[in-house]
Design a protein. Structure first.
Length: 241
């Protein structure tokens, strides 16, 4: 019988439309680590207003719910909500999450910034499935965080549920469109996108690290929970850091 007290429990707070995080994280987590989720309602119409409303009305409720299962660390799994509200807002949200949690808690964007800094990366090609408006906000966000955006591309998806629809070949094509050899890494954002499926392919093609919202968030959850296991097959970040 499994001893529940010996397990490491990872908590994720998800937008209600997300169909990617729970299946993939649970599939690749090492033995003795389990995933647990709470959800925040998000309108299918992906807009700045809907994302801000989700944060305001449901974010801390999602934290209260996930804390009841006593996780070792908690990830706030929405890249876009921080992007559209800016770097200063993201810092405030991270402070609120940590104060409420009493365990390490972080946004996906904070994890991305940490991973890029750890790997010594400054020059980026950035791509996402988002609309042009959110894509423009994303460039502004990462520039404000100190990164140079040398290339970019977006799919223009405006239905939040449909963010999970692009196939691996479509995501590869998106990354190639954004890529410039002067970049030190390719960043693919959105936690409702199956971007982790293409990391190995793109790292071999670009000869540089490829970071995705899904991969980085899993990495930060593990490390902030005190787990140092490496996971192979999903890029240099999870296998080497």
């Amino acid at each position: 019988m499994t001893d529940l007290h010996s397990q490491t429990r990872l908590g994720v707070i998800l937008p209600s439309v997300n169909t990617v995080v729970e299946p993939w994280f649970s599939q690749v987590l090492p033995a003795g680590i389990t995933l647990h989720a709470s959800r925040m309602f998000l309108d299918n119409a992906l807009s700045s207003e809907a994302l801000e409303r989700m944060d305001r009305e449901e974010g801390m409720l999602g934290m209260k719910q996930i804390l009841s299962c006593r996780p070792s660390s908690v990830a706030y799994c929405c890249t876009a909500s921080s992007i559209v509200q800016g770097l200063e807002y993201d810092g405030h949200l991270n402070a609120c999450l940590n104060q409420a949690a009493g365990v390490p808690a972080f946004t996906a964007t904070a994890a991305i910034i940490e991973a890029l800094q750890l790997m010594g990366i400054r020059r980026l090609s950035v791509c996402s499935p988002y609309s042009q408006t959110i894509d423009e906000a994303e460039h502004h966000f990462f520039k404000a965080a100190g990164f140079d955006i040398l290339g970019g591309a977006y799919l223009g998806i405006q239905d939040a549920f449909d963010l999970a629809k692009p196939t691996a070949s479509e995501i590869v094509a998106l990354a190639r469109k954004s890529w410039t050899p002067k970049s030190e890494a390719c960043l693919i954002t959105c936690l409702n996108l199956n971007s982790h499926e293409v990391i190995q392919t793109l790292e071999q093609e670009f000869s540089c690290p490829v970071l995705t919202s899904t991969q980085v968030t899993l990495w930060k959850l593990l490390r902030s929970a005190g787990r140092q296991e490496c996971i192979e097959g999903f890029g240099a970040l999870l296998s080497q850091y």
